[in-house]
Design a protein around this ligand. Structure first.
Ligand code: AMP
Length: 191
């Protein structure tokens, strides 16, 4: 199996690039942000709980997030592999993912980290708000919160995979196509 973690701050291009990777490698796309938004839309109990965190740009607690992700993984029948987008965002989430995959006799192949500087992220998120309808993209204060949470809680996850020699940094600046090429090259290089 090919199991990729697509990593990077909010606005780095994880969603856009995930679509390219799924198409090329036939992977199952699991975005915890998308899963939470689905629950929000359908006003499930999980959605109501997640909303209070998402509205402020904070992380949903690990236990809730991990359980949701686990169910989504276990639902798949004979997947070729997964692309994890927006997960893991904390070290406990990364540990839980390793455990889950090892039970399925597989593991993370690579973490691909899209690197984009902060001013560019803010510009991209503000632009995305015009088409995404996401309230957490529309408010500069919430954007700043999400970027701060990324630095504080999520950036250390890089070290978790670097310690396993699985972290590859990808320059996230350039055209969408050129960034896709960089991601493909990193995967091909690894295989
Ligand atoms: P995203 O679409 O990945 O930007 O996620 C939107 C929001 O969903 C985040 O700001 C968090 O509130 C929540 N969220 C998504 N993924 C996670 C995660 N792995 N852990 C905790 N909260 C998450």
């Amino acid at each position: 199996m090919l199991n990729i973690v697509l990593f990077g701050p909010p606005g780095a291009g994880k969603g856009t690039q995930s679509e390219r990777l799924i198409e090329k490698y036939g992977l199952v796309h699991l975005s915890t942000g998308d899963l939470f938004r689905f629950h929000l839309k359908h006003e499930t109990e999980l959605g109501k709980l997640a909303k209070s965190y998402m509205d402020r740009g904070h992380l949903v607690p690990d236990e809730v997030t991990i359980n949701m992700l686990k169910s989504a993984v276990l639902e798949q029948k004979e997947p070729k592999g997964f692309i994890f987008d927006g997960f893991p965002r904390t070290n406990p989430q990364a540990g839980a993912l390793d455990q889950l995959l090892s039970k399925l006799n597989t593991q993370i192949t690579l973490m691909l980290g899209l690197e984009v500087e902060e001013e560019e992220l803010k510009t991209r998120l503000t632009q995305r708000a015009l088409s995404s309808g996401r309230s957490d993209d529309a408010d500069p204060e919430i954007i700043a919160n999400r970027i701060a949470v990324y630095h504080r809680e999520t950036a250390p996850v890089k070290e978790f995979y670097a310690a396993q020699n699985k972290y590859v940094a990808i320059n996230g600046i350039g055209t969408i196509d050129s960034i896709t090429e960089r991601l493909f090259a990193a995967i091909e290089h690894h295989q």
